[in-house]
Design a protein around this ligand. Structure first.
Ligand code: AMP
Length: 397
């Protein structure tokens, strides 16, 4: 992949596909600026190298030109976060749009209107991509969170920029983090997977069991594995139809000499909504009426030991129903152990919406080595797939 840092961008218009699909409330306030901050480094680099920026993004899922999804409403926030004036153009294709980009001075930034006002965007339409390509002299993809989609602005457009297409700073950092987890991270590499369902992470498990040294499975996911090992899981979340696949994953791990670590004790309740009775069980002996909703103290201690003896850690998904105070201790102690691990020099990478939500709820998140911005894109990468938006940056695309 070509390196943007080495380019002379003097007087060049650089199309930067960013992910400004930020949450906006009913009063049109942006409620989370993480994605805006995430594209700052690339934009600043383009400007430093003498270029101007043509920002392309989508916002939400509009059907046609629906002004409720106009990117215009976020211009002020983007400008405040980037601490730079941002121009806006009310379309993303056409002669006037092209003219607006041709009038840019070096150092200027223009945000074009929502790409998804055209259904050709998500269809990956070549004619639409050609029109987008007229907006710039070079193309940079920095929209990691959308790179698992084969859309006009994330993939097709790259066909028009042979030798003039680059990965932005954020995309590079995300790919590097994925590579540390799945390829060249310092060993032992530990993956901690939690969350509700095995089904959503099955492909990742099949891939990661080959790539990492050990996997901790917590949360609702754990019960299908506990059942696969012959345990009694009571009323806990169970994907019965996946017990056979869970057995297969355990077998693959055994053959490869990899460890799959499950909770040894479980905090359970009789009712998901009414938690008057709670009780700790051995994880393989949960009584019929009971439902496991968090890991127990013994498991938290065991997980901590595994964490401290690893060198690279990836965490995705809470190990209990952390939204409920009574069942948040497992995830809280996991966060504490990870923080202590980071202080001991262990590389801690976190990804996935719920883990980030848990980090925020249970403490701060500034200590983490790297937090991935991509949901689906991260998960597909960890399944071992090359994302369409990344593939498109190769010159033979
Ligand atoms: P996911 O979106 O798959 O990462 O799942 C996150 C959700 O899993 C959170 O809302 C947690 O409350 C839920 N979760 C974690 N542990 C359990 C459990 N033992 N039983 C049911 N849900 C759980």
């Amino acid at each position: 992949m070509l390196d943007l840092h080495k380019q002379d961008l003097n007087n060049k218009r650089v199309i930067v596909r960013v992910d400004l699909n930020v949450p906006v409330d009913q009063m049109d306030n942006v409620t989370d600026i993480t994605r805006i901050e995430a594209c700052q480094a690339t934009i600043e680099l383009v400007l430093q190298l003498g270029g101007s920026c043509v920002l392309l993004s989508h916002l939400g899922r509009p059907r046609g030109k629906d002004k409720r999804f106009s990117l215009k409403k976020i211009v002020t926030t983007v400008s405040t976060v980037l601490n730079k004036p941002i121009l806006f153009f009310e379309d993303c294709i056409g002669d006037s749009a092209e003219q607006a980009t041709l009038e840019l001075e070096p150092g200027q930034i223009i945000l074009m209107e929502n790409l998804r006002f055209y259904e050709e965007e998500t269809a990956g339409d070549i004619e639409f991509a050609k029109k987008l390509a007229r907006l710039g002299d070079l193309y940079v993809n920095d929209a990691f969170g959308t790179s698992h989609r084969e859309h006009a602005s994330t993939a097709t457009i790259a066909k028009f920029f042979k030798n003039k297409k680059f990965a932005g700073n954020l995309l590079q950092k995300e790919l590097e983090a994925i590579s540390q987890i799945a390829n060249h991270g310092e060993k032992p590499v530990l993956a901690i997977l939690g969350g509700a369902k095995v089904s959503s992470k099955l492909s990742i498990l099949y891939n990661l069991v080959k790539k990492v040294d050990k996997i901790i499975i917590g949360g609702g996911m754990a019960y299908t594995f506990l059942k696969a090992k012959g345990g009694a899981v009571g009323k806990s979340l169970l994907e019965e139809h996946l017990v056979a696949e869970a057995k297969e994953i355990l077998l693959i791990a055994k053959k490869l000499g990899k460890e799959i670590i499950l909770p040894t004790d479980i905090l359970a309740s009789k009712d998901f909504d009414n938690n008057q009775d709670i009780k700790t069980f051995k994880s393989s002996e949960i009584d019929d009426e009971w439902m496991g909703l968090d890991i127990g103290v013994e498991s938290a201690e065991k997980f901590k030991n595994e964490i401290f003896t690893s060198k690279t850690i990836f965490w995705n998904g809470p190990v209990g129903v952390f939204e409920k105070e009574l069942f948040s201790n497992g995830t809280r102690s996991l966060c504490t152990s990870l923080k202590q691990a980071k202080e001991r020099g262990i590389n801690v990478i976190v990804g996935g919406g719920d883990s980030i939500a848990a980090l925020k709820k249970l403490g701060n998140k500034e200590w983490v080595s790297y937090i991935s911005t991509g949901g689906g894109a991260l998960l597909e990468s960890l399944e071992g797939k090359t994302l369409p938006g990344v593939k498109a940056l190769a010159n033979d695309y």
